[in-house]
Write a protein that binds this ligand. Structure first.
Ligand code: ATP
Ligand code: MG
Length: 510
């Protein structure tokens, strides 16, 4: 008898504890995607809270009296007085190759109408970044296909390189060109059947963009056959601030899956200015105290904990990598504003885009003097160092001399030569968007410049000359281009082949 009583009381105690697990609260206030609930005394920080009609939120503010919760996705059905339940789960998104080719929201749900995503795994959107020990220094290139970047601001796998500039200066174009270039390399690499070939998968996170813009991006990637290697995570301008705030972390989790499984991935955050603004909005709605420029005090941590998750893992940890290209929009070129300085300090370099250059038609409008890659040439193939190693210095010298030369003073022969070469270099570096170049072609083009083959061509004809050289090399120089790609260094043999290619081409170009 006693035993039965014991058993019964044991069962009852179990039932009670199960009940306690799913804690229910009531929405007492609701505004702009932020709900305040009373009665959710046992919610955890960052826990998913479920509402009616499949709506989810995240508990962000844990107060004594109430819990502040941001709502995700379509929240039009949520009303004051509705109940919210704890789920015991941290916010997670589906991850894996099943997401390639798809456009998803911040919860990983399809937005492209292409049917259900049958992912086998889920990753939490917030994760602690890998520590120091499993990491390895960045030493493998990630080619953007943009000559100016690959030559002077080389990016390596696992690096975080900021793209920063005013409105409409070509920031997104640099990131998309990189994705397109990786897709081309992937395709060629997979077709070649080389065993050690490592494709790079891309995640593009669109934060607060107009839907029309996003549609254009998807079209562009489809046109270049790049969607099959890409996942797009979108929180558009029409969604509430909470979605914009979570989007980069969701994208990061999707990218991290590739890294943790020994693969290489690239992630673009377009852009983190809008992300910071969304976080500011969420924080104000949650009534958190605000600091500089009305951002909450932890806005630095917002971006550092995100970007630290990009890394290059060492061999014992699978050797994968996650390269990040965060984008920041500046106002009137002011890089010393709060958010830009924060993100500059937590990245490994920046590509700075300048409105004046853009308007002068110097595109990509990269301001070479203040653009850097702190990983530098460790991530370049040797051939690039051979043709481009001195380029940045030469460019700086040219800029300085060109400013003097404007005054029309008599110039000595050396100064004149530096300026003439610089004028040609500027032309060579101009490149239309959506036309990334293979690395072997980039090296060959710089070789022609460095070896004087462009000296006797008028500056205004250089763009035509480069185009004509590219076409000629594609038709007649496949062997030497292939050697540059596979041998990665310009040997005497390759130099001789390049020389005869250039001589033959020059005869066709008048
Ligand atoms: P936003 O501030 O709107 O996000 P953005 O800085 O991302 O703009 P993009 O959208 O990449 O800039 O480019 C702005 C415009 O400039 C686009 O019309 C694009 O086609 C054009 N553009 C960008 N790069 C180049 C280039 N290298 N050559 C010619 N046109 C370019
Ligand atoms: Mg843009």
């Amino acid at each position: 008898m006693n035993e039965i009583l014991n058993q019964i009381s044991e069962r009852i105690s179990k039932i009670e504890s199960e009940n306690r697990k799913s804690n229910v609260g009531t929405i007492i206030a609701l505004a702009d995607g932020v709900a305040r609930l009373s009665g959710l005394s046992e919610a955890m920080y960052n826990e998913m809270i479920s509402f009616d009609d499949g709506v989810f939120g995240i508990a962000l503010n844990l107060g004594e009296e109430e819990v502040g919760c941001v709502l995700l996705g379509d929240t039009s059905s949520v009303r004051e007085g509705q109940e919210g339940r704890t789920t015991g789960k941290l916010l997670s998104v589906p991850v894996g190759k099943e997401l390639l080719g798809r456009v998803v929201d911040v919860l990983g749900r399809p937005l492209d109408g292409k049917g259900e995503i049958k992912a086998k795994e889920f990753f939490p959107v917030e994760k602690i970044a890998p520590g120091i020990l499993p990491r390895k220094s960045v030493n493998q290139p990630l080619q953007t296909g943009i000559l100016e970047v690959d030559a002077m601001i080389p990016i390596g796998r696992g690096q975080r390189e900021l793209i920063i500039g005013d409105r409409s200066t070509g920031k997104t174009s640099i990131a998309l060109d990189t994705i397109i270039n990786q897709a081309r390399i992937n395709k060629e690499g997979i077709e070649s059947g080389a065993k050690d070939f490592r494709p790079v998968y891309s995640v593009y996170v669109a934060i607060g963009q107009k839907n029309a813009n996003l549609a254009r991006t998807i079209q562009l990637l489809e046109k270049h056959d790049a969607m099959q290697y890409t996942v797009i995570v979108a929180a558009s301008a029409s969604e509430n601030a909470a979605n914009l705030y979570i989007a980069p972390y969701s994208g990061c989790a999707i990218g991290e899956w590739f890294m943790q499984n020994g693969m290489d991935a690239l992630i673009v955050y377009d852009d983190l200015s809008k992300h910071a603004a969304a976080y500011r909005q969420v924080s104000l709605l949650l009534k958190r105290p605000s600091g500089r420029e009305a951002y909450p005090g932890d806005v630095f941590y917002l971006h550092s904990r995100l970007l630290e998750r990009s890394a290059r893992m060492n061999e014992e940890n699978g050797g994968g990598s996650l390269t990040a290209l965060p984008i920041i929009e500046t106002q009137q070129g002011d890089v010393s504003a709060y958010i830009p300085t924060n993100v500059i300090s937590i990245t490994d370099g920046q590509i700075f885009l300048d409105t004046d250059l853009f308007n002068q038609g110097i595109r990509p409008a990269i301001s070479v003097g203040i653009s850097v890659s702190r990983v530098g040439s460790a991530a370049q193939i040797k051939a690039f160092k051979q043709v481009g190693g001195t380029l940045k210095g030469e460019y700086a010298q040219y800029k300085e001399l060109a400013a003097f030369a404007q005054f029309g003073s008599d110039l000595d022969a050396r100064t004149k030569a530096t300026i003439e070469k610089g004028d040609r270099l500027v032309e060579v570096l101009k490149q239309k968007n959506n036309s990334p170049k293979p690395v072997q072609m980039e090296v060959a083009i710089l070789w022609t410049l460095q070896n004087g083959f462009l000296n006797d061509i008028e500056v205004k004809k250089i763009a035509d000359a480069v185009k004509s050289f590219e076409e000629y090399a594609k038709a007649h120089g496949q062997e030497v281009l292939g050697r540059i790609l596979s041998e990665k260094v310009i040997s005497d043999g390759i130099a001789a082949q390049l020389k005869s290619l250039c001589e033959a081409w020059k005869k066709t170009f008048i």
